[in-house]
Design a protein around this ligand. Sequence first.
Ligand code: HEM
Length: 441
Amino acid sequence: MRGDGGTPSHIPGPAADNDGAEAIAAAGGLHDYQLELHAEYGPVVRFPLPGAGVAVSVADPVLLEATAKIDKRPEKLFEFLAPLQEAGNLQTIPAAEHGPWRRTMLSVLAGRPSHEAHFAQFTALTTELADRWAAAAGPVVLQRDLSELSLRMICRYALGSGLDDAESAGRVVSSFETVLTEYMAQPGPASAQAQEALAHLRATVDQVLAAHRDGGGAADRADLIAALAASGESPARIRDTVLMTMLAAHHTTGVAISWTLYLLARHPETAGRVTEELDRVLGDRATPDYGDLRNLTRLDMALKEAMRLYPPGPYGAREATEDVVLGAYTVPAGTTIFYPFRAVHLNPEYWPDPRVFDPDRFTAEASAGRPRLAYIPFGIGPRSCEGATLAMVEAELVLAVLLKRFQFDLAPGQTVTPIERFVLWAADDIRMNVAPRQSTI
Ligand code: HEM
């Protein structure tokens, strides 16, 4: 952890005479604090960040380019994930180790074969949830149910053959929930139950690995575990990867879908354009095929705009490996560089009326000329999200199935307040009344 010693005092920012926790709490959370800081001090701000000493936050997409190749995360800030990892914390392993791992991950996660191979399973899981919602007596609870659906999808994706029956799948999902609640939420030694749940998850990955070996070990371009094994990753690193993937994939995708449904319910005209498109592209089919997704432009734009306003992962961080020049300022090597994704997305210089929900910002014409890093819900550079394209496929599929089938109306009498709880989360969840929707054609 750094003190104030080497930090760039010429960068504007508030007094750094404490660890910053109080100011963050007073602002209502780190993402609101970032908005306040950048409104007051400009696009480059120095501020005390609990656990990182003095950090430098950058909310301008052009200035961010100078940081886009950094391949190091500050260890302190990601220490909380270490107990879940056996072979080194994947969030902070050194660049030389991270690069090959990332390439293997991308060769599967970003590839069309893997999206197509899992599409039918994802569709079946989504339809199960939709059937449950259709039978629900009262309002449905979006974040809870959609995060659970996302967890089910990523479990199937990462463990496929290890989850052949509903009972094994159910046990993996509940073990993961137990691990998450205990290891992430509470400091100190984990309970016997949590240790057992973690051991179960690891044993399941080992079973899948063993099945691959028995089956000849040929790497399938759709299979994450097979690809990791074929590229020489150790069993411990493969177990870590499955856990990290489950962790990174489920609440993020769940809230991306949930915020989109929330915003569409508040903007019926925009929702109407999305559902007209769905009716036109799907006709009387209840669910899309993989190939339909590229024709669901309105849906894609609504999802992107929802992630602009409510980026599921609202910030990221890097550690400068050498001095970084940000316009008029120089940030010394060793400094924590903070990425306030939400403040970047609400930067009025690039997003006029930044708080207005307007998916038309993402038409080709409106996007032309906008700096590349003005929109970064999946982060930046060599440590950006490996699951970005898979997440878009999952979220679009789920939204297509749900919006084709249901009319969503916000249940009255609730206040929806975004807070950060590892992801950008609605504090008291989001409750919706769902009713069958009539096709417009
Ligand atoms: C809408 C859904 C998602 C959002 C918004 C999201 C966002 C992010 C963000 C902001 C980061 C940090 C990036 C940075 O520091 O620059 C990240 C990292 C990561 N995400 Fe995602 N993510 C999503 C879904 C997924 C999915 C589905 C997977 C896997 C299947 C995944 C796997 C990962 C991994 C492994 C990392 C760590 C990257 C690294 O250190 O190399 N994410 N994600």
